[in-house]
Design a binder for this molecule. Structure first.
Ligand code: GLU
Length: 491
């Protein structure tokens, strides 16, 4: 496809929802697939709701997922500015042009009059809609109202008859009666454009070929078509992507887990995994393959394979996928990802304050292979490996005592374990395992009896990395020290 130009046009009014970012991701993939351009346009005409943090969060989310844009506010480009608040004069000129050509008009109906109109329609059980009274206002009347300081808007003159139709790539032809649409506002009384006007003008001037956006805009699209027609603009292709629902099929909300991309980042998810996961929300390459690299996704992606039905957000699947990605990473890469987590504040997700930072990378590189296969998110690492760093391991006698054995016999076996630590020359996992299995046999006990006790003694945990590898990494002195401390709990 030639000259593909797609845009992501967020309104920075809140924390970007995962659904918004998934829409951006589809647009980005489509641009990459067609050697096209991906444009970021900030739709900030609603200055009352503008939130600078929201804009920062949008930008950080896009960057984290690798959805870099070719044109945008700071990046620049041939069709800027890319921030709608800096394009006000363009919209005003377009609105004036529409008035001159008789396609739009000034309206001085006051908010009170509009309220009265709505109330009378409600009484008559009619749908609330503007009745087009402004079409008949003369220039003088508008001037008088303006002089009196009354609010003046600009409304599009919507045809009274006929049909408005457009093709949605995913859903096919969509058609509505012009009668159902009232003369809607395109320029507000503060001279700010409505979303309807601003985005149509921008999509045209920025040469957008495909409008990829959320399904919620389908019902407004006929209005957008009307604006395009009134301005003699060519229509872009429309692709309305499905909603994302929670596992119970209700709107995705906090109770289904995080709803913002950055929260997933904070929770220890990996950007490549989230990219893969989001790409499959509402799209599939047509087979059962789920682990797909960015390049595979780009090469397989087709707009018409996007589903028209809602996508279900399955957190378990995301966790599984994240685990797969972690296992696919080199140890070096995992280490680089987990160091900032481990070194962060204890109150958030870091290791205890008492543990010296910066952490020794070499030591960590011995630990990571032991847990790599077990984790689903990077944040799980701290809890799994903190005992490698801590000085004192918290334990209870109940955990240390060998099952089905009394304290005295348990102490005896644990002392023999210390002997093994002291006498094992090559202190590596294989030799240690051989020696401990030998002890189990000689003492005629079950492996589980001893190994559970030792696992608690060394790590303080029921679930910990493989025992003998753990011993090797901890080293002789720490093993002796920890088992000795455990014995004191039994005496
Ligand atoms: N600013 C609109 C939004 O954030 C953009 C809709 C569109 O892509 O046209 O939902």
């Amino acid at each position: 496809m030639k000259n593909v130009r797609v845009r992501f046009a967020p309104s920075p009014t809140g924390i970007p929802h995962i659904g918004n970012i998934r829409t951006a991701l589809f647009a980005w993939i489509f641009a990459k697939k067609n050697n096209g351009k991906f444009i970021l346009r900030i739709e900030d005409t609603d200055q009352n709701r503008y939130d600078a943090n929201s804009e920062l969060a949008i930008i950080e989310s896009l960057k984290w997922l690798g959805l870099e844009w070719d044109e945008g506010p700071e990046t620049g480009g041939n069709y800027g500015p890319y921030r709608q608040s800096e394009r006000k004069s363009i919209y005003i000129k377009v609105a004036e042009k529409l008035i001159e050509s008789g396609k739009a008009y000034y309206d001085d109906t006051t908010p009170e009059q509009l309220k009265e109109l709505r109330e009378s329609q409600r009484e008559k059980k009619l749908p609330p809609r503007y009745d087009g009274r402004g079409r008949y206002r003369t220039k003088e009347e508008i001037k008088n109202s303006r002089d009196m300081g009354l609010p003046i808007t600009v409304r599009l003159k919507v045809p009274d008859t006929g049909k408005i139709s457009f093709i949605d790539t995913i859903r096919g032809k969509i058609e509505v009666d012009a009668r159902e649409i009232d003369d809607f506002v395109i320029l507000k009384s503060d001279n700010m454009p409505t979303y309807h006007l601003a985005h149509v003008v921008d999509d045209h001037l920025m040469r957008i070929s495909h409008v990829i956006r959320a399904e919620e805009w389908i019902s407004s699209t006929p209005r957008h078509i009307l604006i395009h027609q009134a301005l003699n603009y060519n229509l872009p292709e429309y692709i309305h992507v499905p909603l994302i629902l929670g596992s119970d099929k209700s709107k995705l909300s906090k109770r289904h887990g995080a709803t913002s991309v950055l929260d997933y980042k904070k929770q220890g998810f990996i950007n490549d995994a989230l990219f893969n996961f989001l790409s499959l929300l509402g799209w599939s390459p047509g087979d059962d393959k789920e682990i797909l690299s960015k390049n595979e996704i780009i090469s397989e992606f087709q707009l018409n394979k996007i589903n028209s039905s809602s996508a279900i957000f399955d957190l378990n699947k995301l966790e599984w996928m994240n685990g797969v990605y972690i296992r696919g990473y080199t140890n070096e890469k995992i280490i680089n990802e987990v160091i900032p987590i481990l070194e962060s504040e204890e109150e958030s997700i870091g290791l205890a304050k008492t543990i010296k930072r910066p952490l020794d990378k070499r030591y960590l590189s011995k630990i990571i292979p032991l847990i790599k296969e077990r984790i689903r998110t990077l944040n799980e690492v701290t809890e799994l490996i903190d005992f490698f760093y801590e000085e004192n391991i918290k334990n209870t006698a109940e955990n240390i005592i060998l099952k089905k054995m009394n304290s005295k016999d348990s102490i005896k076996i644990l002392n023999k374990s210390i002997d093994i630590f002291n006498t094992t020359k090559s202190f590596n996992s294989e030799t240690l395992e051989t020696n401990f299995r030998n002890l189990v046999q000689v003492e005629e006990i079950k492996p589980g009896q001893l190994f559970t006790s030792l696992r608690y003694a060394l790590s303080g945990k029921k679930i910990a990395p493989p025992l003998f590898e753990t011993m090797e990494v901890l080293g002789k002195d720490k093993c002796v020290e920890r088992v000795s401390a455990a014995i004191t709990l039994l005496t």
